[in-house]
Design a protein around this ligand. Structure first.
Ligand code: CA
Length: 343
């Protein structure tokens, strides 16, 4: 369990460092870096209890080169020296379909942020994931994009999953509507085959669906004013890079404010108690139907474990470890954590 922030974050040029004898938690982040990913990356990079070992980028919200640029810029903005690796430039078997309409052509609200100094590593992200996980038993993984890189890594090194203490997946829509089709959330819809491979890999997965970023969890006008008042480069960046997503949010769902699914997943990763309702269930991903492509089918009532229902689901699908589903979050605490980390 994460402790309270040991110190308030100071100047943007002086990121907080771990101060106790407890070593920081090793973490790897896989991301299709657009605006909400960037905020999530910043939260992890700025948190004193986390040691971000690697950032691996996958095609998704934006094309791979742009996602790479956005991730590198964010690392630079946070004044951290964390390696960034380029991974898959398309889903496993499907065409790439980005979400630039939601995040802006550059994924960052049209600001065209460019890193001035940093460049990506030459190692492929999949190799970097395997190497990093093997080097750091107990590492935590947070995925913020389509699961292509993770699926490829698991396929190449299935033993790797034993070293991952938990994998927090921003993805899916647990027993509710999606944001890219009525059935599916974007990250899972984008590469459903990869998601299915990851979900049945035996890894300890916590699913944080997009629905948790809706309603009161959006950053409202008051929250945005608070970020402006914090008045750091990072607090302004949090608002500015989401300029387009504010408009898109209103167009798509009629909701007002900045939706931040990736930062909410990161908040749950940082402090699991921000998730206030969770339970474990088998989850399968639809890969056959175009109607429900990428749907995360959650066995909420655990009917597949009922002998009377065997043969209806369990026998026709691979056995999988249950996945932890986050059903609700503590909205004030999620926002407070964000404000702390961008101050
Ligand atoms: Ca993302």
């Amino acid at each position: 369990m994460t402790r309270m922030l040991r110190e308030r974050v100071g100047s943007i040029n002086m990121p907080p460092m771990p101060s106790s004898s407890t070593p920081p938690r090793a973490i790897l982040i896989d991301t299709d870096t657009a605006s909400d990913d960037a905020v999530a990356l910043a939260m992890a990079l700025r948190h004193p209890d986390l040691d971000v070992k690697a950032i691996t980028v996958v095609a998704g919200n934006v094309a791979l080169p742009r996602g790479l640029t956005n991730a590198l810029y964010t690392v630079e903005l946070c004044d951290r020296d964390v390696p960034v690796f380029a991974g898959a430039d398309r889903p496993l078997v499907r065409q790439a379909v980005d979400a630039s309409w939601f995040h802006g052509d550059d994924g960052m609200g049209g600001h065209d942020y460019q890193p001035s100094q940093r460049a990506a590593e030459t190692t492929h992200a999949v190799d970097a994931i395997i190497r990093t996980v093997r080097q750091h038993p107990g590492i935590e993984v947070v995925t913020l994009g389509p699961l292509t890189n993770m699926a490829m890594a698991i396929a190449q090194a299935p033993d790797m999953v034993q070293n991952i203490s938990r994998c927090v997946v921003m993805g899916g829509a647990a027993c509710t509507e999606g944001n890219v089709t009525p059935a599916a959330e974007y990250n899972i819809w984008c590469d459903p085959e990869a998601a299915q491979m990851v979900f049945i890999s035996g890894m300890k997965i916590e699913m944080v669906g997009w629905e948790l970023s809706r309603g009161e969890a959006n950053l409202n006008a008051s929250d945005i004013a608070k970020l402006r008042a914090i008045d750091t480069p990072l607090s302004h960046f949090t608002v500015d890079c989401n300029r387009r997503s504010i408009e898109a949010n209103a167009e798509q769902s009629g909701e007002v404010g900045i939706p931040l699914p990736d930062p909410i997943a990161m908040a749950v990763a940082i402090n699991p108690s921000i998730c206030t309702s969770r339970s474990s269930h088998r989850v399968m991903v639809e890969t056959q139907s175009e109607l429900t492509r990428g749907m995360t089918v959650v066995d909420r009532l655990n009917v597949s474990g009922d002998d009377r229902n065997r043969g209806r689901w369990s026998d026709t699908h691979p056995t999988a470890e249950p996945i932890d589903i986050c059903w609700a979050i503590d909205v004030p605490r999620w926002k407070a954590l964000l404000f702390d980390l961008v101050a």
